[in-house]
Design a protein around this ligand. Structure first.
Ligand code: AMP
Ligand code: ZN
Ligand code: FE
Ligand code: FE
Length: 282
């Protein structure tokens, strides 16, 4: 049975579970080692760590940074980070600023498209925490503008769709460097979402490895067993750790269960030990 899940979100980014709830949910699911990887923030870390200690779950400090990329998306996970490292903190503060600038622009686009929606409604949906596109999607769903979260992204919010606004992002090199300087290991999340064919993917990983990448998330709830096989071959070729996670977002991604890494895949604890020993930790 799978006991390790290294990719999940709290309501500090765009998940629906509060930090302590998420850690308790992990325990109930039989997970023994998790990483909470909110988008561009580690603000849930202290609460998660406190709860994890209380109930006996190993928590690896984590994050998921959105980097510049075409044609798909490039999300870079960071593991074993020191959340208090000052450069990491200032980088995250500047990313927060970029998000704050983007939100009213998305509202403006939606309004121009004839959709009645206000920033206050989206802020209420996020509970005053970091706003992500799933919060916009939920408001659209509640208002009956769309019939599903998926439709909200397909019609309005997805990359290249009618209300899409890009935000300032770090390059992959900058993201990887910030993660490493904060004591961490950088791992490409859900490589499927880079939307590259096999040959281009290999080229891209050659570049990312030269930038200091440490791992690839071969197992993710959005990836098939065949895709996981390809990513494991890439890991071998470029000497990367193979990791995995569910990408659990609570009811913002209702089909994804905590602890499910896709196709019944399981991630052994060995990779955690290997990552720790590469960092000189016990
Ligand atoms: P943001 O960080 O605000 O740009 O939002 C990114 C999040 O939106 C991702 O982590 C997903 O949870 C969600 N998302 C992005 N694209 C889609 C899509 N096409 N369908 C469903 N959810 C999406
Ligand atoms: Zn998300
Ligand atoms: Fe992601
Ligand atoms: Fe994620």
């Amino acid at each position: 049975m799978n006991q390790v899940d290294l990719h999940m979100h709290t309501n500090h980014s765009d998940g629906t579970f509060r930090p302590r709830e998420l850690v308790r949910h992990a325990k109930e699911k039989g997970l023994t080692c998790i990483s909470v990887t909110d988008h561009d923030t580690m603000s849930s870390f202290d609460e998660c760590a406190d709860e994890a200690k209380k109930i006996g779950v190993e928590l690896i400090p984590g994050i998921e940074i959105s980097a510049q990329f075409e044609p798909g998306t490039l999300h870079i996970l960071g593991y074993f980070l020191d959340p208090g490292q000052s450069e990491l903190q200032s980088t995250l503060a500047s990313i927060q600023k970029a998000r704050l600038e983007r939100n009213p622009q998305i509202i403006q686009k939606l309004n121009q498209l004839g959709v009645s929606i206000t920033l206050a409604e989206v802020e209420a949906e996020s509970g005053g925490k970091q706003i992500g596109r799933p919060h916009f999607a939920r408001v659209l769903l509640k208002k009956g503008v769309v019939k599903s979260m998926e439709e909200a992204f397909d019609k309005y919010l997805g990359k290249g769709q009618s209300a899409y606004i890009d935000k300032r992002r770090l390059s992959s090199r900058e993201s990887i460097q910030r993660i490493r300087k904060a004591g961490g290991i950088a791992v490409i999340a859900h490589p499927k979402q880079m939307k590259l064919d096999e040959k281009s993917l290999e080229k891209e990983f050659e570049r990312l490895a030269s930038e200091g990448l440490g791992g690839i998330e071969a197992y993710n709830s959005c990836q098939s067993a065949a895709e996981a096989g390809l990513y494991k071959r890439i890991a071998k070729r470029f000497n990367l750790f193979v990791t995995g996670g569910s990408d659990f977002h609570g009811t913002n991604k209702p089909d994804v269960q905590l602890g499910s890494l896709g196709n019944g895949a399981a991630l052994g604890y060995e990779v955690i030990q290997q990552m720790k020993s590469s960092l000189g930790r016990k």
